[in-house]
Design a protein around this ligand. Sequence first.
Ligand code: NI
Length: 388
Amino acid sequence: MAYLNIDKDLENYIISHRRYFHENPELSWQEENTSDYILKELEKLGIQARKIVKTGVLGIINPQKEGKVLAIRADIDALPICEETDLDFKSKKDGVMHACGHDTHAAMLLGAGKKLQEMKDEIGKVVLLFQPAEEFIKDSGAKHVMEEKILEKEGVNRIIALHINSALKLGTASIQEGPIKASADTFKIEIIGQGGHGSEPDLTIDPIAIGSLIVQNLQNIASREVSPINPMVLSITSFNSGNSENVIPDKAKLLGTTRTFDNDLREKFPEIIERIVKGICESNRAKYNFEYYFGTPATVNDEESAKLGYNVLKDIIGEEKIIHSKARMSGEDFAKYLLEIPGALMFLGAKVEGDSYPHHNSKFIIDERALKIGTEYFINYTKKYFEL
Ligand code: NI
């Protein structure tokens, strides 16, 4: 392994910040102390910095430099989980825990920022994005950063990030072009029929019978409307109606979720689902309400951005340690940046052998030796990007 940019002092700097964040976790949109701390630290390093989207921080190295602009993003929020590890720097806040590793992301970005500021004459403009509320799916931090056009105003041409991973071996990492995580949206269907006696179905418009047809027909989207080589999921996860043996109810309510790696298909989901709901309701004399909620788009890594990431990793950990991971059906709000700005997300191995727990688990721990690799990645990526 080659660490050209990280000495023991910088490693200690990163680990001490990580432990501070870990001990003082804050939930999505409540990262007041965390963002104050980051802001002060960036100012100490001589990096121009300001608060953004309530509890986020934007640091800028070489703010006046012309030319291309690279953004590096770290999420900073914790989860509503009661920590059950026996770390010395265990959460001091009851019921709040950094159980996804965002504490390490924030610390690695501070470490990278420190080094990049020292070598600012060798690089162009770099935006350090400390993003709040990654975990708050309905109203996430990335959504606000994009709505306020914060990256656009800074002229960002490319964005990179990493996610630490407690299941990937220490010393390994994974980056690849194309889709790596699925979209995650939800929807609600209300079928409005006409209730009546269970013995006189002819005098009713039965929302349960109609709802059943809808559940069946929605499965035809995956099997008969979308290419079999384009994986998707449509699940009805709730079907509620009636509460008696001999009453046909007035209404039925269905809830569901969609997943796909294809953001164009995702855009079409509301129209396709509503067409089926409408057709079935009309042909059966019922009315309906339909609502579709866009959650997280599919995370799709840009080819060039991922290739550069791969080459950077090759120099740090060696090609044999770069793992090809299968795409995952879980969502990541970094995807919202990638809809408009080319970039790539990397997964960083940090498994504690013999004692690993999944993310969002109360016993989640990571091997801190990975932080050096992640920080080195950010620094080297930046150098190489500006050499292109
Ligand atoms: Ni996470």
